[in-house]
Design a protein around this ligand. Sequence first.
Ligand code: AMP
Length: 620
Amino acid sequence: MALISINLQDGSVIKDQDVIIGIDLGTTNSLVAYMQGGQPVCVKGPDGKNTLVPSVVHFPDDGTVLVGDAAKDRLITDPANTIYSVKRLMGKSYKDVENIQAFFGYRILDDDTEALVKIRVKNRYYTPVELSTQILRELKRRIEEELHTPVSKAVITVPAYFNDNQRQATRDAGKLAGLDVLRIVNEPTAAALAYGIGLDPTLPEIIAVYDLGGGTFDISLLHIHDGVFEVLATNGDTFLGGDDIDRAVVDFFCSQLNLDTEILAEDKSLGQELRLLAESAKKALSGAEHFDGRAMGKPVRITRAGLEALMHPLVQRTLDCCRNALQDAGISPEQVGKVVLVGGSTRIPLVRQKVAGFFGKPLFDSLNPDEVVALGAAIQADILAGNQKNLLLLDITPLSLGIETIGGLMDTIIPRNSKVPNKAGRQYTTSVDGQKNLKIAVYQGERDLVENNRKLGEFILRGIPPMPAGLPKIDIQFIINADGILTVRARELRSGLEQEIDIRPTYGISEEDMAQMLLDSIAHAQEDMQQRGVLEARNEANNLLKAGEKFLQQNDTLLSPEELQTTRALLNALQEAAQSADKDHIHRAIENLNDFTAPLAHRAMEQTIRTAIRGKKVSS
Ligand code: AMP
């Protein structure tokens, strides 16, 4: 729907062909941006300066809802009714966030650990989606006020590592806020777009986006070619950022004041005073060489060199993540052409110096690092509005996706770090004669056995026409759309029978779990390989046992009593071997049976052919 609006203040006509806004829905702060005269701009708050809306929601006693700065002010005075960092809870179950529960000052419901988390405020329960909706409504309100026109279409950014469920939750929040979410875009991709990187399709390159905010760190490597943004790898730490530096400075001040840090847990207002002082010291030291302040009536002092010594291990941790991302992508720092800085903490000189040194490249840092993602989201919105053609965005899958096959084995269909959107498939068949149904269970993870991976969902392909085992051709396709949402489609090719599901897992997976799953897959690689070997040998043995029984039933008149007896004995031996956990033992029993029965099978086949030639009916 195209909109034409009149500015009631000055009577000017606002041309608004489908204004599509760009939203950075952040952990600490959120922003909204749009294109003005071909340039992206962030909407400012009532003070005419600040573009950041703190991602904080407060529920006062009067039943209203406060969002942003007004809510942030209540963090100290009314923590139980003031919700922050809700992004960390999007698409998560209590089980996923149990180990970080202490981080939140409000109540997270814990009576159903598998279900999506809910937050208790007074006598009501809120989902993270509903709380994010409140933040999005505030952003929508702000931009509508600025443009004097209703806005209904948006692009929202999410971290590159967000899984299906977290992306879906973000989309749902947009919908509840009255926004048609046209695209969920990765934050690093938006940051690159903000610098115009990738807008010239003739210049292929690899870029790194280093994002150090208040509470989280992300590094993403993008390969940009032919107007396509492809995320090669991502890495990071969900609890590493400016807040950690503030805590280190608070500890430093405490030692200057001869204060036991334990006291701060009890005296919340002193804790808050020192935290604010530490943050302003840190910010001041991004420009000055030393900082002098007062706390509890006494002077405190910190130099830039002192701050750098405190920060050094934290910065080192971010570089370790960068190293891991490069390794995952299989590239060296020299192959990275540009480095884009995102997040308020990249204003710190030590961070910039270390990052520039690590990649050996000049930094892209001319834009406000707090705004860069929102600005890029507005550019993406502009691309979707059709104003910038030939651009497409690709992501990657953070974990492998596959299905369970016989024996509980994981059969990977789309490997980890594959491009998104993506489509891949494989053909399967039945294992039992006349099998009518086939269960398709979809898993995510790197381990060989599905029991060690994470189940995303399952469905049953019903009504396969009766056929001997092995004859049906069941084609299973995995389709991941541009938002990273997976659809699994199963089709029996002989009959055309088809069924599909969209995978919307009941709860998301935490980044910590994801990292743990990857580590586990490496640690258990040897053991998994052995287990897979045993299970595959067992599957082969079971198939052979079934075929052997059938052979004996159909050919008992053709075989001598000795041959029958030996075949039986070898089948029994195989049955026994199949119970063992020694794959070589199973393989030996398979070989013994095959060696003995191969000439018998040959004879049986000749007999069948002779019978057929004589014009008699061939037995099935
Ligand atoms: P973000 O989450 O991207 O908004 O980043 C906020 C973080 O950036 C907070 O930890 C701020 O203290 C930090 N920050 C903002 N400005 C500066 C600055 N000039 N120097 C150091 N840190 C800063």
